[in-house]
Design a binder for this molecule. Sequence first.
Ligand code: ATP
Length: 741
Amino acid sequence: MTNSSDAYSPDAGVSSDVLSRELAIEQAHVDAVYERLGVATKSARSAAESGQELYRSDRGSWVREEDGTALFERDAFAFQAAKRLAILDAEHEGLVFGRLDHTDREVRYIGRIGVRDAEYEPLVIDWRAPAAEPFYRATPNNPMDVVRRRVLRCRADKVIGIEDDLLDAEANIDDLPIVGEGALMAALSRARGKHMRDIVATIQAEQDEAIRADHRGVTVISGGPGTGKTVVALHRAAFLLYSNRRRFERGGILVVGPGPVFMNYIERVLPSLGEDSVTLRAIGAVASDVLPDVRATRIDDALAANVKGSLRMVTLIKRLVNLPLSDGPTQLLTTVKGNVLKLDASALDRIRTSVAAHGKLNASRDAAERAVLAALRPQVPEELGLDADAIDDLITSSSAYRTFLSTWWPPLVPTEVLRRLADAGVVDRIATDLLTEAERAALTASYATHDDWSVADTALLDELAAILGPLPRDAGDSDPTLFLTSGAEVSELVTMADRYTRSIEADPDDDSVENYAHLLIDESQDVTPMQWRMLRRRGPQASWTIVGDLAQSSWPDLDEVGRAVRELIGSAPHREFRLSVNYRSPKEVFDLAAEIVKRAYPKADLPTAVRSTGNEPELARVSEAALVSDLAARIDTLTDQVPGTVGVIVPPSRIEALQAAVLRRLASEMNSVDIDRVWFVTPLEAKGLEYDAVVVVSPDEVVAESPGGVRVLYVALTRPTQLLVTLDVGESAGAWRRSRS
Ligand SMILES: Nc1ncnc2c1ncn2[C@@H]1O[C@H](COP(=O)(O)OP(=O)(O)OP(=O)(O)O)[C@@H](O)[C@H]1O
């Protein structure tokens, strides 16, 4: 097996004459397809110019097949073909990638888009069409009337390689040569680059079932590392769009992954399948539809992260919202014709709680005012002979009352409310029965020591946005200088006026949560209960695809993860798929990783590694003093040994300093190293990613620094496609492997 990107080498067993002849046959077909597409593009353009915008769809596609009734079907097809062609990633590996030869001698070509000839006969079948299914599902045990499955490897419009599988050796067809040594193995041993590639030419049968599963309800896809969960989920998104375009293009599909590095890694897959209408968002950016500035990447320390992810925060946040502002009024005093009217703190609290129970706070100011007036009216002496309207007019015209209302029920901005948790006094008042002392301290410290938001905070901010609702549209009508005449202390005046002015800068139109028809959640084992609440707000009517592996969870309470998914499924129809083959890690690497994870999590779902390289992992040790020079030297060697990427996975506490020092050393002493191929990441950032070679720095610290412990080390150990090095730092390090059985 070869590591080069041209690993689709022709089988030496087939004469070069046969190979050349077969390549020429396939080239002729590919040429015909491109010629036809040229015609389709022209025809699409001219139809568009002659006013067919009528058929433009809401989300910007040119034509919906179902609506194109006034068009000849062929014209509608031309639109679709031209549109998909325009989206296809420039670097995609061939429009036509497969061929099926059937027992009845019928030949079908499979490609990224469907293409028909002038007589409307299929030249290429879209990989998602039912007729393409045997390409993925046929096996020698169940050949599905297919004799030979052929994968074509193209560069741009040139066919450069062929890989065949003989599926029905009994079929009486003796003029079908079999070429190549297996498309899957060749694909798997190719170098990894910065972006994930589609697997459209080599989808395996168990993966195909998950991709084509019913769109309704909830589809759960599980499996160990490297089993293709992510890539399968992305192909499923493309399949859903193909099979139910109207519903999913209009309603939208949201793909959520763990972080921006991961989103960047997967972003090319859907365009390479001709689909560009899917929204990709890291979990820390999901709330950015309601809170545009909130896009977080920082991970809290373990204790704070656990607290912030837990459902106990729902109660805590409700209490926080109801807790009067420390600089707000504690009572209302006003007069009507010389008679003093008063509501004390407990009366105000009762009103606040009962109003808050019935609506969103920012939308309830009128209701709160009605409740306050209703509580004041009985205090006006009857002998004044005033009716309710007259009393209300007298109360509301007083400046003391207006000042009270603005400060007692101000427009509340989620970010400002959550910041209140930096005050230990606030946390103590609302959380003594919810959190331990250590948890309360961790929560307060996380806000007191950081100005920016963490990923876990975004779900809390989203929860707050849901409780508070959009800012009132008239929030800007009141004059902040009002406070200057209220008679309170100057320092307070500034605080309130300041808060008021800042809060009205938010655009009330930005507060609507985006709803999707389908949500696809990757690395779901790390989604906390609070984050599930945030996601569910994006798809109250949606169907779901949930992808994950409990053995890779960084969340400490695995039962809670399971419960959250069961709750989401509820009584909806659902189906589960388990992927069983690890296509990423060589067997030698995965054996080590599996042994480590089994110790901490015996129930781990361990896949079978499909490849073997003969390279055992290197378990190395280095002193603290020699770490930088040793790591730089290893990176130098590894970039020579593998053709693609080298991942250096470093515990969070070390990454910044170590990366800077190693890069400096590489630049000064080993400047032949191609730095663009080297990635420094924390174990959590490495989730879902893969590299040709990986160095895991200080595995003991990787375990110690994450609430997921050994499971997070398992993630790190399962990232390489070729070579693994672990680097213990210091004489006594290595606990992670000493207790190997
Ligand atoms: N059928 C296939 N043909 C070719 N390559 C495949 C196939 N299935 C998976 N792969 C490759 O295997 C690698 C792992 O896939 P992927 O990242 O989707 O796995 P995963 O199950 O999400 O892993 P993890 O849980 O570790 O994040 C990728 O490089 C992917 O392209």
